[in-house]
Structure formats: C-alpha cells, structure tokens
Design a protein around this ligand. Sequence first.
Ligand code: PEP
Ligand code: MN
Length: 339
Amino acid sequence: MIVAMQETAREEDIQRVIDHLIRMGFSVHRSTGVRQTVVAAVGARVDFDVRNLEVLPGVQEVHRISAPYKLAARSFRPQGTEIRFPNGVSVGGEQVLVMAGPCSVESREQLFTIADHVRRAGARALRGGAFKPRTSPYSFQGMGIEGLKLLREAGDKFGLLVISEVMEISQIASLLPYVDILQVGARNMQNFNLLRELGRVRKPVLLKRGIAATFEELLLSAEYIMMGGNYDVILCERGIRTFETYTRNTLDISAIPIIHKLSHLPIAADPSHGTGLRDKVAPMARASVAAGADALLIEVHHDPERALSDGAQSLYPEQFSKLMSELQMIASAVERKIA
Ligand code: PEP
Ligand code: MN
C-alpha cells in the first residue's frame, strides 16, 4: 500500500501515518522526495480499511498496489531514483553512466592499460570481474582479492568508480572496501539469500536480469534487496535466452522503457553480454541510450585475442573511443549527458 502525503504535510503528520501503519503490523518504508513524501506499507492485511488513513491530516491519497513488488514499484518514488556518488557522478538523473573495462581482471598491466584508455575516452566507472561465474569449472575463475585491490588502485589512479561482481554472501565483506558498486550477475538474480544480505549493505547494487527472468521476477529480486533498506539498486538488461543462436543472448531493448514505466529504479544495458559479438556491441549501445538507458556496462580489452574471458565481445580501445563520441550525440538528442 502506498500513502502519498500532501506537499504541505508536516513531519508530525508523516510520523502519525508511520506510527499507525506500524501499529497495524505493516513494515514501513519512507521515500522523501523534493516535494512530496511517500510512505510504503508492506504486509499482507486484506482486512485493512484504507479510509482510516485517508482521514489522517496531511494525507493526499492512499492506494493499494496490485503488483507483487512494492518498494521497486514506480508509485513508491514517482520522481525516479537518482543514485549519487561522491565524485559528482550519478545514475538515474540526466547523466548516463558508462562503466567500461575488461570482463576479468587478469593482471596489473592489463587493467591499468584498459583503465587509462576508458577514462580518456570518457567513462566514469571501471568494470572488471575478480570473482568470475564461469559456465565451465575449467575456465579462468578470476584473481579474487588481488583483482579487487588492483581495481581499487586503478580506480583511484584514473578517477573511476569501481564495479565488480559478488557471487556469494561470504564475498560481500571482501568486496566492500574496494568497490563502489556491487554487481549481482545474471546467474545469481534469484540467489535470494545473497540479495537479502545485500539489503543490509549501504552501497549501490547493480542487479542483472537472469537469462530467463520476466520483468516481474527481476523487480521482485530488487525488492529483496530494498526490503533490507538498501534502495540504491540499478537494474541491468544483459540479454535473455531466446531460440536465436546467432547471438550469445538476445538484448531486450524494450526492457528499458518497460522498466521505466514499472519501476523508479535506474536501468542499465550491457550490450557486451547482450550480443556476445564485438561488432554488434556499438549499435546496441547506441540503441540503448536512445531508448533511455541510465547506464551502460561495456567490455573493453586492449588485447582481446588473448583475453582470459569474453575476448570476442570486448571492444578494442579505439572502437570504444569512437562509440563514446557517438553516444554523446545520441544522449544529447534524448536530453541526457554521457558521464
Ligand atoms: C559480467 O558482467 O562479467 C558477467 C558475468 O555478466 P552476466 O552475469 O550478465 O553473465
Ligand atoms: Mn564477461
């Protein structure tokens, strides 16, 4: 249930509503917008009479949400969620955050070469897996903590935020000192224990759509994180599995406007995993920005033929630079800016 307060509501009015809901057994989440406060009450009480709330001072309207997700629903924060980082970069506002880097951290030389390049080309965040979810147990599994240290060092040196994947609960504490954004991979979108634990963290989480997940399932997974009080969730469309085998996955560009309608959370696109093919990454990245993506996650490698993972979908540095200048033009056509 959503209680939208009047713009003129006083703090004591808001508190009265919250106290009432808590008394009635709901778990309460508050969203304070610039103009209006919205209170979400989560809990299954079919017998609850909404008129008891409607008559309280300062209440503008009360409505039950029929969608199974509540905190991720657009009505919880009609104005949208903007996640701000200390360096002035933000996601979900005017800026489109470009996160770029190798699939996996492989060595200091590899990471620093790529980080230097993507920063010069205009990216503001460095991606790189230290813990890798590989389809085959015989494939490179990542550098672990050493990889995280390199990411932080490169991030600090080149002025880039750092994003890296967390695969299990026990890794959260290891990642926290080194990353600015924790990534949950497609394979873990429904690892509910991990999601719950990330709800306790106070750092943004990028949650990738599972290969066979509906929007409702994706938003319910975001709800698991938000229930714990961590509202800084960035969703990510990274391609779903369809009958088509030409591409690695089918990047669902329509996810971008659909998520914007269903949810207030920002949505990123990952055209690298979304296509699996280097020469399809740039067109899909351009299409994603045109469709309203709030961020992009792109794999870049200076020597992709020798990459330990996903070389075939990694852009050469020059391709990435060219793409960045194209994205600037597309972004300004849709009243956004590349960050
Ligand atoms: C990744 O971004 O490195 C990754 C493993 O992606 P996904 O979870 O989308 O497969
Ligand atoms: Mn990859």
